[in-house]
Design a protein around this ligand. Structure first.
Ligand code: PMP
Length: 443
């Protein structure tokens, strides 16, 4: 397999030769919160695949839901006014649970095309109002909004821009709320004030009549699990309303129990104008994303002269098998999974906080089952680990050998997003195996 992989399989987000050193690690099977590789080594998946297998692996009821749907109707397009029962039911169930008036659901294949779609919807929205000049978009540094060209332009991680002429000239950024190294200091009020001032200044610079929307992740995931101070989301949401720009919450990671509730926006009682989800939507068993549109946005588009509410789409939009899986996953969330995730999340945060006295640990942060520790070589000076990717990679490898899959971001940040079904013992093992791995790193 290693030979065949080297010869033929092109991996995402890896240098083409990066797996030459150890060879690819092939996963063979999985159950609950554990995964087993081709050599029989079993690990706890502390990252739920790629922050997505929220329900855990090997759920027969999910597999059966997919198989039933495949037998009955494996494919139906949403084009030409056609539809399928699972897609309609799933949209209705989601709308019922979404914050506020986010009553309209547009299914995509994943998160990147969900983000792309919001940009289209927003442009339709202003076009329908005769305000096509509102075409400038703002997002937050260290944010991640996907890998498609337009989504990657909103993404503020430069590695995703190289060579593609992005960000596009209508995509702008304000600094992150990242509190561990914030020039405004670590006080929540100061961080919120700095972000409010930055967005205000950016909108003034561009002209409010030209700014379409502001994008946030309730917790910045790929930027290193950066949790805004309490009140930050509320302040930004209110400012967007005041400045007459749409507020888009990208809940691709935070949605579906990752921080506790179904949607992290409800942690602060926020109702965005549009919201994107994916990952936990189908718990990674099949690909799917969903854009939620508020009544105001949808009705404007739908009624607007000369615009189409859904002027774009995909062959696999609203795929009936994905929708059937999503319906079953939603049932699981509400039959104990969310509740277990909330309990497990408290234990995870407490356990990781207990690592705070480790000489390598500079910062511990997170909410619910979404967490990170940031490693430093000098805790007082907050000196980052040397030479970006390599030490992180070694820590990832050691953790793997110790029976734990974590995400090692290149900047010395270790990310955690375990399945919500983790038992107390599994959470304790995640923390213990992390400590073991850090001790070995010190040696
Ligand atoms: N938005 C956010 C916040 C994400 O974390 C991701 C993926 N990590 C995306 C969008 C893109 O999702 P996908 O990889 O499914 O296209």
């Amino acid at each position: 397999l290693i030979e065949l992989d080297r010869a033929h399989l092109v991996h995402p987000v890896a240098s083409y030769r990066s797996h030459e050193r150890t060879g690819v690690r092939v996963l063979k099977s999985a159950k609950g919160a554990t995964v087993t590789d081709a050599s029989g080594h079993t690990m706890i998946d502390g990252f739920a695949g790629l922050w997505c297998v929220n329900a855990g692996y090997g759920h027969d009821s999910i597999v059966e839901a997919a198989a039933r749907q495949m037998h009955e109707l494996p494919y139906a397009t949403g084009y030409f006014g056609l539809g399928s029962e699972p897609a309609i039911r799933f949209a209705a169930e989601l709308a019922e649970r979404a914050p506020g008036d986010l009553n309209h659901v547009y299914f995509t294949l994943g998160g990147s095309d969900a983000v792309d779609s919001t940009i289209r919807f927003i442009r339709y929205y202003y076009n329908a109002q005769g305000r096509p000049e509102k075409d400038q978009f703002i997002s937050v540094e260290q944010g991640y909004h996907g890998s498609s060209t337009v989504g990657a332009g909103l993404t503020a991680l430069p590695a995703f821009h190289a060579g593609f002429g992005i960000p596009l000239d209508w995509q702008h950024k304000i600094p992150s709320h990242y509190s561990y190294r914030n020039p405004a200091g670590s006080e929540p009020a100061a961080i919120i004030a700095a972000s409010v001032a930055a967005l205000r200044a950016k909108v003034e610079e561009l002209g409010a009549e030209r700014v379409a929307a502001f994008y946030v992740e309730p917790i910045q995931g790929s930027g290193g699990v950066l949790v805004p101070p309490p009140g930050w989301m509320r302040a930004m949401r209110d400012l967007c309303r005041e400045l007459d720009i749409l507020f888009v919450a990208d809940e691709v990671i935070t949605g579906f129990g990752r921080t506790g509730p179904l949607f992290a926006c409800t942690d602060e009682d926020i109702v965005p104008d549009l919201m994107t989800t994916a990952k936990g939507l189908t718990s990674g068993y099949v690909p799917m994303g969903a854009v939620f549109l508020s009544d105001r946005v949808y009705d404007t588009i739908a009624d607007g002269a000369g615009t189409s509410a859904v002027g774009h789409g995909y062959t696999y939009s609203a795929h009936p098998v994905s929708a059937a899986v999503g319906l079953e996953v939603l049932r699981l969330y509400e039959n104990g999974l969310l509740e277990n995730g909330i309990k497990a999340g408290k234990r995870l945060m407490a356990g990781l906080q207990g690592l705070g006295d480790h000489p390598l640990v500079g910062d511990v942060r997170g909410r619910g089952m979404l967490a990170a520790i940031e490693l430093v070589v000098d805790k007082v000076r907050k000196t980052p680990l040397p030479a970006a990717a390599e030490p992180s990679r070694r820590i990832f490898d050691r953790a793997w050998d110790n029976g734990l899959v974590i995400r090692a971001f290149g900047n010395g940040v270790l990310g955690y997003a375990p399945p919500l079904c983790c038992t107390e013992d599994e959470i304790d093992a995640i923390v213990e195996r992390t400590r073991m791995t850090l001790d070995e790193t010190l040696e």
